[in-house]
Design a protein around this ligand. Structure first.
Ligand SMILES: *[C@@H]1O[C@H](CO)[C@@H](O)[C@H](O)[C@H]1NC(C)=O
Length: 235
């Protein structure tokens, strides 16, 4: 009897061990092995390992599914951290959502763009890809972790991408030029002098230059109108 009991217990224990070994995912959520998704990231900046401050930066994560099940890419999260202490987050960048399915042995390119505002010279850029397996288990894998130099935008430079803005400024400047030429041009007859001010000038003994010459012409306009209407009334 004892021998039989021992045999049964041993058999049950070995069956349980075999079962657990065959299905590692069933023991608990923390036991689910991360699916084999290989990630390779390339920054698209012209100079290697640099990002541009206050400008749009982009990178592409190539995700290769080496697993035998479909994987769903859900999000890219990126952080700029202290190069000396990766736990110290300097900036949390805007995450990007995805609903990209990568089939077994398939691959996908994930584009991610960000605009950083920093007053640092070097930071470590960390890019994490969040994805889920068929059963809905969530995983996060680091796709990029490199220390990059920050390139400041040029204080002045001709950017061909801004040609439409330059054109607009050009047109406005041209218009202002014409307006100024029309307003201050010598073709117009001299405006009549405000009689009150002229009298004041005479009293002071100032002759020749008008006292209101220093007043910008748009401030003189109402005075001139008054003078005109006054003249009409008196005539
Ligand atoms: C993932 O798959 C690649 C390609 O098949 C292989 O080289 C690599 O060793 C695998 N990694 C793991 C952790 O299984």
């Amino acid at each position: 009897m004892v021998a039989l009991r021992w045999l049964t217990q041993t058999a049950l224990a070995s069956v349980a061990t075999m079962f657990l070994a065959a299905c590692p995912g069933t023991l608990g959520d923390e036991q689910v092995a991360t699916p084999n998704l290989s990630l390779a990231t390339s920054l698209t900046s012209k100079i290697a390992s640099t990002i541009h401050n206050g400008e749009k930066n982009s990178l592409v994560v190539n995700a290769k599914n080496n697993d035998d099940q479909v994987l769903l890419i859900e999000r890219i999260r990126a952080y700029l951290v202290d190069p000396e202490d990766h736990e110290r987050v300097i900036r949390t960048l805007e995450p990007a959502r995805f609903t990209t399915k990568v089939h077994a042995t398939g691959e996908a390119n994930l584009a991610y763009r960000f605009v950083p505002y920093l007053d640092h010279e070097r930071v470590t850029l960390i890019v994490n890809v969040e994805f889920a397996d068929k059963a809905g288990n969530k995983f996060s894998k680091t796709a990029y972790k490199e220390t990059v130099s920050i390139v400041e935008p040029p204080t002045f430079g001709f950017d061909p991408q801004l040609w439409s803005i330059y054109l607009m400024f050009g047109v406005v400047a041209l218009g202002l030029g014409y307006w100024a030429a029309d307003l201050f041009g010598g073709s117009k007859p001299q405006k009549p002098k405000n009689p009150a001010l002229a009298a004041l000038d005479d009293a002071r003994g100032v002759s020749g230059e008008s006292a209101d010459d220093w007043v910008p012409s748009h401030h003189q306009a109402p005075l001139t109108k008054k003078t005109k209407s006054a003249k009409k009334k008196s005539s």
